[in-house]
Write a new protein. Structure first.
Lengths: 332, 141, 170
């Protein structure tokens, strides 16, 4: 064999070996399980840079939690909630986005309310104060007294300076209804062109085509399922955080009147699932749909989102997504 | 210089330099390996399936993988005790204030999770028969 | 046993550094099985086979030992030593046995080494996690181990084949 050809051959062989390893490693995957925002976080990611991206996503979530968690004393939210009246608190980009997005929804539907946190605390549904067996529930007087604090007039936001100033003592802010979705969107941005499924406490964003099951609000199985193709979904339910007091079920989503939304009504919404392109929007809208029910239909459809609303015995769908019911429920 | 070593070393070196990449005995050894691989694969498919197993994470780190078909109690230093029994796993003790993880009870289905948020503790069931790609909505207990 | 003269020490050091570089690069790559993050492909077997054949058993085992301890320390993962040390030493042992028979080609030898490497790591993983479940990954590891073993062995063969002979002669 001529020398040149032999040399050529070995180069090809080495290239083939290199190519083999590249192939083996390009199909790389990473899987994460952790706890963020007081709920489970799971990530499946495959494609180039999967491992480093998954680490980047975890540190992003940690950072976001340190900004937004009411349970972390140094977070922006805690600094605002603990601030004195009249003292401007400077806030970062994440806060500005979440505040602006929350306000847009709040202006259209006041029951979507980032200022309701003092009421959530009064009902002991904040992570700190939550207990499965409360010694009592707030009196209507206490609720009325606090309700005046829970609106946008309690704060003044300066977009140019990125500061927020408290105007009434005791007023508090919370982005619990949108933060998980926003975090999932940020994770999706980092995951970029890899194939991923990110799930933060049931708020999901993926660019794959996956079958998603919706937890049954009353039983052990699933209430429905649907195909999620490159998009996001979030669910709000009265079964996610609740306690029983004197045989009545009180849940964590507080309505405009200061009581858990729909409480005491018959055929009230027990689960609201919203499907669409962005997780932050799905997250926020699922809370809104839970509180407002099908009156949000036009709004949801105009945004290009879909929803599945469940009561104990009925279901109602909004938008184009086809949900397959897995439990007996009648169309409403 | 130790001459015998000097002789032996290049001998092995030149032997493998001059030999072909595959020798006759390779066929035998590779055949044995192939048989072993096929047997292992057959075993793993016809034998007991891998089945459902519980993975336990603390602070994002996998700290254990457990077969659910055993009786076992595992105590974690962070103040959590889990119990595996009859294909189910449950958190039976926790030092967290809300006790939501204990109230969650036993889980057994692929994709089910118990979390203890204050301890950054996750139990997740993994298995082959995964009906859904993801679950939305979180049952409190 | 080889006498450790200056040249041999120099060669051992250079080969060790090559093994360390490969080991560090390998640890930057994602794990073969995400659930068992310390389990590695064993790419540094290329260097170990080269060391064994070209330098001798003593330098090869020295390199294997130092590499298995140093790479985990370099990447800040001391737990990895529990996986890398027994796996590297036992797989090198298997390599040595087969190489000294002079009956087998290097790709085959390397395949055996790679399988030993993976199985030892599985044993360690099973001790560490306290469950035999990890052996469920065995068929998958046998498959990847065979492929990487063949490729690694062929690479080692090519390196030995085209390594300038002059460099190793006194």
């Amino acid at each position: 064999m001529p020398y040149r050809l032999r040399k050529y051959k070995s180069t090809i062989a080495l290239l083939a070996i290199a190519a083999f390893f590249v192939c083996l490693l390009s199909g790389c995957t990473a899987q994460k399980e952790n706890v963020f925002f007081n709920t489970d976080f799971s990530l499946e990611i495959e494609g180039s840079g999967a491992l480093s991206r998954s680490k980047k996503i975890e540190s992003m979530l940690e950072e976001l939690e340190n900004t937004l968690s009411a349970s972390i004393a140094a977070s922006e939210i805690s600094r605002i909630n603990d601030a004195e009246v009249g003292v401007p608190v400077s806030v970062g980009k994440d806060f500005v986005y979440l505040y602006t997005a929350s306000m847009i929804l709040h202006e259209s539907f006041p029951s979507y309310n980032p200022f309701i946190f003092p009421m959530v605390e009064l009902w002991n549904f904040d992570p700190e104060g939550f207990t499965l067996s409360p010694s009592g529930i707030p009196s209507s007087q206490e609720i009325q007294d606090l309700l005046g604090l829970c609106n946008k007039d309690s704060f003044s936001f300066n977009e140019q300076a990125s500061t927020i100033t408290k105007l009434r003592t005791g007023a508090k802010l919370d982005f619990g209804a949108i933060a998980k979705g926003y975090a999932a969107d940020k994770a999706a941005e980092i995951a970029d062109n890899t194939k991923y499924v990110v799930n933060i406490g049931g708020t999901i964003r993926t660019n794959k085509k996956i079958e998603v099951a919706i937890v049954s609000p009353r039983n052990n199985g699933y209430a429905a399922s649907f195909v999620l193709d490159n998009g996001a979904v979030a669910t709000s339910g009265d079964y996610e955080r609740f306690y029983l007091y004197q045989d009545t079920r009180y849940h964590h989503i507080i309505g405009a009147d200061g009581y858990p939304a729909g409480i005491g009504e018959t055929e009230t919404v027990v689960s609201a699932t919203v499907v669409g392109p962005e997780a932050a929007m799905c997250d926020a809208l699922s809370t809104l749909v839970f509180i407002e029910g099908e009156t949000t239909k036009d709004f949801i459809e105009a945004l290009g989102y879909s929803a599945l609303i469940l009561t104990e015995t009925t279901y109602k769908t909004i938008g184009d997504v086809r949900f397959e019911l897995l439990e007996p429920r009648e169309a409403a | 210089m130790n001459s015998s070593n000097q002789e032996k070393r290049p001998k092995l070196f030149s032997y493998y330099r001059q030999s072909k990449p595959f020798l006759r005995a390779d066929i035998l050894l590779l055949a044995v390996l192939l048989t072993a691989a096929v047997l292992a694969a057959v075993f793993s498919y016809t034998g007991k399936p891998l089945g459902e197993r519980a993975e336990i994470y603390i602070g994002g780190e996998l700290v254990g993988t457990y077969d659910l078909n055993q009786n076992k109690e595992i105590v974690y230093e962070i103040g959590i005790t889990v119990h595996i029994h009859d294909g189910e796993i449950a958190v039976t003790e926790s030092d967290c204030p809300d006790q939501l993880c204990v109230h969650m009870g036993a889980i057994s289905k692929t994709g089910d999770r118990i979390i203890c948020a204050p301890n950054k503790f996750v139990v997740v069931i993994r298995g082959e028969n995964n009906d859904y790609g993801a679950i939305t909505g979180r049952r409190q207990s | 046993m080889n006498k450790f003269n200056a040249k041999m020490i120099a060669y051992t050091a250079i080969t060790l550094s090559a093994a360390l570089i490969i080991g560090v690069i390998e640890s930057l790559l994602p794990p073969v099985i995400p659930a068992l993050p310390f389990l590695r492909l064993g790419l540094s077997n290329i260097v170990l086979i080269f060391a064994l054949v070209a330098l001798g058993a003593a330098p090869a085992f020295t390199i294997a030992f130092l590499k298995s301890v140093l790479v985990p320390l370099l990447v800040g993962n001391p737990i990895m030593i529990a996986y890398s040390l027994p796996a590297a030493l036992l797989s090198l042992g298997a390599t040595a046995l087969l190489v000294y028979t002079r009956k087998f080609g290097l790709p085959t030898v390397s395949t055996v080494a790679s399988l030993v490497h993976n199985m030892v790591q599985l044993c360690v993983a099973s001790l560490m996690t306290g469950t035999a479940l990890v052996f469920g990954y065995a068929p998958y590891l046998i498959f990847t181990g065979t492929l990487t073993g063949l490729a690694v062995g062929f690479a080692a063969y090519l390196i030995l084949r085209f390594f300038p002979k002059k460099l190793l002669e006194n």
